[in-house]
Design a protein around this ligand. Sequence first.
Ligand SMILES: [Zn+2]
Length: 240
Amino acid sequence: MQAKQSVYDYYCKNGMKIDKILNEIDEQGDAHVGSSAQTPIREDAFELSDIEKVALINKDVKHIMETLGLDLTDDSLKGTPQRVAKMFVNEIFAGLNPERKPIASTFENKYKYGEMLVEKNITVYSTCEHHLLPIVGKAHVAYISKGRVIGLSKMNRIVDYFAKRPQVQERMTMQIVQELQKALGTPDVACVVDAKHLCVNSRGIRDIDSSTVTSEFGGAFKEKSVKREFLDYIKLDTIF
Ligand SMILES: [Zn+2]
């Protein structure tokens, strides 16, 4: 009670200032401005086990729903906090945990394939870190081997790993490229992501048609002709 009172007093004294700070944070989120190429996680992020996290988040979601006035004894609602908690930890934010990072094993480029390899139309399901609403789209990834090659599905898995975090699309695009550069031992990696953000499509400006395109071009892909070739491959219709 006393703690609540002192927070209240502080707010009365500094209310204007706090409102200003909160508005600025809100505006930064609505503008989808990210602050770093690394996902901002705390050092103690993995001190709790996944099971402990699910238990805590369960309580938090329950609290949010109760605050909204929902009746959690209702059959349809009573399982929701647990379902959401499990989904956060084991599915949509599972890529926060480095232990879940796919092992990007590479192989010697025995066939000496020297051209660009493009893995396109990789499905992206991510979550906007400013609103915790879905980002849904496609990623297109390319590299030119400097001696090592990587299994095709590994590229899909790397995209999925970085997507399964609260994300900013620009950061996710850079993280995918940096990871593949590390695995393949070459700067010649590129990624384009084209995705819809439900925080733009379903709320706020509610523009259902707009999508966001981000790109990262490493090494040789900075050259105009190489970049052009990659972008032309993306446009190709795949025939089954
Ligand atoms: Zn958003």
